[in-house]
Structure formats: structure tokens, C-alpha cells
Design a protein around this ligand. Structure first.
Ligand code: G3I
Length: 398
């Protein structure tokens, strides 16, 4: 696996293991033979990757679970998964490691092991990190959900502030974007309709008289601890213009009017082929950008129901590629779109089959075979980069 220029794994360029010496000797012999035969010798161009083709300062990211996949990282001997993660992406999102239940499992216990492993991996490979997440109704430890039954608002605020300052402060300066608040608003189909998840979120529930005030304070604490980080609201079913994103638009306006350091709006991009694609995604991004916010695709994947053989049909494979492409184009077409992140890149690690009777959601198979969805993303990024010549994605050849 070729790593992007400048990101060779430590040790691979300087060490002189027997195999390296052998490779150098073989290469030297080949060069000599070519020179003797009079053939012009040119250095082979590195294979294009998603990160190498990305235009402007757009970051191309993947979620990764540090606790599961990076604790064993050895810079001199990375796993195949780690090599692909380093080669293809220049932004990482901790899939679980910074969630409350993982990083703050007991009132006085923080476990930074997974998050630290991810930060170290990112540093070793010239990658940025998107923090995820500080205020969410899900994946809270039992001690939080139990305490929330009796917390006063002041008690909940104190616990939340301590957590935010501890976690954000630890990684201050190293996290370029934070999903500060995740999935704050319900969907039309939820009981009670589109509204803040005040009942489900233990902190908002404890401060139900002024939940928006508490949300604003979480952004303020985050900003105080890490003034350079771009602070996001983030949610699913938030791609197009709909009742939920209308509510986010109103919330963003309210927070901005209150002087809250809100800087971005993230659409997760968890799509299923069971549903159509909302073509208003770009227009939705544009309206948030017009508020002065950055926008991002933060958790893209495209799942589908599979047949009894567990395989997708050719039509599903092509449609999946098209959906990924549409999300990428919505981002590329809005100058304020800062990052495009897939929620894991290989089916073997995808969260989807654990939750839905669907699968094949990511851009590579469990054997890391690139799908047409990968090819389409590479093509879209290449096309958007001045000076790069468009290529026909190999997976789409007929
Ligand atoms: O908590 C235990 C942990 O202690 C143990 O080490 C581990 C061993 O397998 O299990 C842990 O629980 C898992 C948890 O992630 C880790 O925090 C759960 O079994 C697992 O179901 C859980 O799933 C995650 C899910 O969020 C819930 O937090 C998925 O991996 C993750 O992909 C998913 O990500 C969310 C985004 O954060 C927000 N948007 C939706 C997206 C998909 O649901």
C-alpha cells in the first residue's frame, strides 16, 4: 500500500532491513538496466488516494475506533487497515472513543486510552481529528443516566462543564473540528415530533427550563478550552431541507444571536437505498453557510437491504456509488464545506449490520476491495482539483 508523499511510516525509509536492502538492490539493478538500454527513467507517480486528490483545503475523513483498531499501532509495522487509513484519509473521527460512556465511564474515572491512540496515529500520519461528541442523548454511562433522575440543573451543569473542560482541554490545539452537540433534535416520526430531545438527553432534561441556554454554554466552554477549533451541531436526517433542518436553522440563528461560538453544521449522511435522495442537500448547506457557518458531511455511509446470499445487486452497487457522489458534490459545490467523512471505510467494521437488516454500506468490502463508490469519490475529488485530469472510475466501466 503506497502512502501519500511525506507520510511514509516511520522507519520504512531509514531502516536497512534485509528485505529493504534487497528491494533497493533490485531497484538499482533495474535502473541500471533501463539506463543502459537508453530508456528515459522517471520516478513512478504515487497512486492517487482520496486525500491526495482532495481539492482546496477539504479534509477527507473516516471514523475509526481507536480502542479496537489502533491500540496495537506499530509505526514500523502497521496493519493493512492502518495503512489504508493513513493513505486514504487526512481526517479521523473517533467512532466511539470520545463518547461519554467510553472516555468517562465512572464519575471520577476518565479513560483516554482509545482517544490517545487515535490522536497519536493521526499525528504520525499527518492527519487532523474531528472530535465527537460532548453532548448527546446516547452512549452515556449508567452513572449519568441514573444521576439525571435526581440532578438539579446546577448539578447537571457542573458535571457537564467539568467533562467538557477536561476532554476538550486535554486535546486542545489538536482537534480542528468538534461535534459539540450531537442529535439534539427529534424527527417528524418521533413521538412529539420535531423538537429538542429534552426528555432523552440527561443534561437537557435536568435543565429543561432553559435547554438552549445549556447548549450555548457547552459551546462556550468548548471554545474557551480550544479557541481554534470549529464547533459544530451534528445530526442525521439533516442532509436536505426538511422540518428537522428547519428547526436546526432556527436553533442556529438563536444561538448566534446569543453570541454563542457556533461555527458549523454537520449532516451525518447515513443513507439507505430504501429511501430516495433529498436533492436539496446543497441548498440546505448553502442556507447554513449563509448564516456564516461552515458545513460538513460527517458520517457518510449508504446501506441497503441484501438478498439471501448477502450480496448486493449490480443496480444497488451503482446506486450506492451515485448516492456517495451526490453527497460529495453537495459538499464540493459549497465553499464553506470543510470536510467529508465516511463512517468507517470497510464493511467488516461497519456499525450498520449491528443495527439494521442491511449492509454493504461503506466504500470498501471487508477485504478492502474498493467499490465503485470509492472510485466515484476519487473521481469527484480529482475532477474538482484544478490541474488534475479526470479519469474514468474503473468500477464504472461497462
Ligand atoms: O460499551 C462497550 C464497551 O465498553 C466495550 O468495550 C465494547 C466491546 O464491544 O462494547 C461497547 O459498546 C459498544 C459501543 O459502540 C462503544 O461505545 C456497542 O456495543 C456498540 O453498539 C456501540 O455502537 C456505536 C453507536 O454509535 C452507539 O454509540 C457504533 O459503533 C457507532 O458507529 C455509532 O455511531 C453513531 C454516531 O456516534 C452518531 N451518529 C450515528 C452513528 C451510528 O449509529
Amino acid at each position: 500500500m503506497a502512502l501519500p508523499p511525506g507520510f511514509a511510516q516511520e522507519g520504512t525509509t531509514m531502516s536497512h532491513s534485509p528485505s529493504t536492502k534487497r528491494a533497493v538492490a533490485v531497484a538499482a539493478a533495474s535502473l541500471t538496466a533501463l539506463a543502459l538500454s537508453g530508456t528515459a527513467v522517471q520516478a513512478a507517480a504515487p497512486d492517487p488516494t482520496l486525500r491526495s486528490e482532495a481539492p482546496r483545503d477539504l479534509k477527507i475523513g473516516s471514523a475509526v475506533w481507536g480502542q479496537r483498531d489502533l491500540l496495537d499501532h506499530d509505526r514500523k509495522n502497521p496493519t493493512e487497515f492502518q495503512q489504508i487509513l493513513a493513505a486514504e484519509f487526512d481526517s479521523l473521527t473517533p467512532e466511539n472513543d470520545m463518547k461519554w460512556a467510553e472516555i468517562h465511564p465512572e464519575p471520577d474515572v476518565y479513560d483516554f486510552s482509545g482517544a490517545d491512540a487515535l490522536m497519536e496515529f493521526a499525528q504520525a500520519n499527518g492527519q487532523e481529528v474531528r472530535g465527537h461528541t460532548l453532548l448527546w442523548h446516547s452512549q452515556n454511562p449508567d452513572w449519568v443516566t441514573e444521576a439525571a433522575e435526581t440532578w438539579t440543573c446546577d448539578e447537571a451543569r457542573d458535571v457537564l462543564e467539568d467533562h467538557v473542560r477536561t476532554v476538550v482541554g486535554r486535546y486542545a490545539g489538536d482537534i480542528y473540528e468538534w461535534d459539540v452537540a450531537n442529535e439534539l433534535i427529534q424527527d417528524e416520526w418521533d413521538a412529539g415530533g420535531v423538537q429538542l430531545r429534552t426528555e432523552a438527553n440527561p443534561f437537557l432534561k435536568s435543565c429543561s427550563e432553559d435547554p438552549v441556554g445549556l447548549i450555548g454554554d457547552v459551546f462556550r466552554w468548548t471554545h474557551e478550552e480550544d479557541p481554534d477549533s470549529v464547533l459544530f451541531l451534528n445530526d442525521y436526517n439533516a442532509e436536505g431541507i426538511n422540518a428537522k433542518t428547519d428547526a436546526y436553522y432556527a436553533l442556529a440563528q438563536e444561538l448566534l444571536a446569543d453570541g454563542v461560538p457556533l461555527h458549523g453544521f454537520g449532516a451525518q449522511g447515513h443513507l439507505s437505498l430504501q429511501y430516495g435522495f433529498d436533492e436539496s442537500m446543497q441548498a440546505n448547506f448553502e442556507r447554513f453557510a449563509d448564516l456564516g457557518l461552515k458545513v460538513a458531511v460527517t458520517e457518510a455511509d449508504v446501506r441497503m437491504p441484501l438478498g439471501e446470499d448477502g450480496e448486493p445487486t449490480p443496480e444497488q452497487i451503482a446506486l450506492q456509488a451515485e448516492r456517495y457522489d451526490k453527497m460529495l458534490q453537495a459538499c464540493l459545490n459549497v465553499a464553506s464545506c470543510t470536510s467529508f467523512t465516511v463512517w468507517g471505510f470497510d464493511d467488516g467494521r461497519s456499525w450498520v449490520p449491528d443495527v439494521f437488516p442491511e449492509g454493504y454500506a461503506t466504500i470498501m468490502t471487508e477485504d478492502y476491495e474498493k467499490k465503485p463508490a470509492y472510485d466515484v469519490l476519487l473521481e469527484g475529488l480529482t475532477d474538482a482539483t484544478p490541474g488534475k485530469s479526470p479519469r474514468t472510475p474503473p468500477g464504472l466501466n461497462t
